[in-house]
Design a protein around this ligand. Sequence first.
Ligand code: 5GP
Length: 189
Amino acid sequence: MELLKARIMQDGKCYPGGILKVDSFINHQMDSDLMMEIAKEFIRLFKDKPINKVVTIEASGIAPAIFVGYLMHLPVVFVKKKQPKTMDKMLATTVHSFTKDRDYSVCISADYLTKDDHVLFIDDFLAYGNAAKGVIDLCQQAGATIEGMGFIIEKAFQHGGDFLRSQGISYQALATVESLDNCEIKLRD
Ligand code: 5GP
């Protein structure tokens, strides 16, 4: 997506350890016009899939997922990183956070992820694929079908995409970072 790629080159910042900071327009301050264009692009890419629910994981996936859900008139449910005391029918799994270098127990109510669901998973980044693996596990527990996964930015050098392809999961990334070596952003054409 050219608009997104241009914005990453203009405002993205490289951090040591393979981290790309986009918090001036995606995951802290958000450019709502750009987010709407991102959502439209996801919808174009997944328009042939029989999706009935958008799933994301808190916190940074929520904004793009809501734009997608709003435009598709579909419910959006987010996987939680804290287990609420009031959630009784709960599905849970463990996700390793690469940016925070710790494991999280994440959960979703079995009321909102069921065998009748055909899921589009949306997140801001695909890095090692740990969040995606957690969502795959939760969908398996629920008997839900994953119709596709959409990421705003994929970091190809961390190989989460290789894992998703090996699992036969249809995924799309709107911008792909080939390398952040020497703190220089290299995007795929
Ligand atoms: P993964 O689970 O694929 O290893 O990493 C994806 C998750 O980690 C995303 O939900 C995202 O929030 C966070 N993440 C991974 N890499 C980056 C990055 O380079 N920059 C930022 N801001 N977040 C990242």
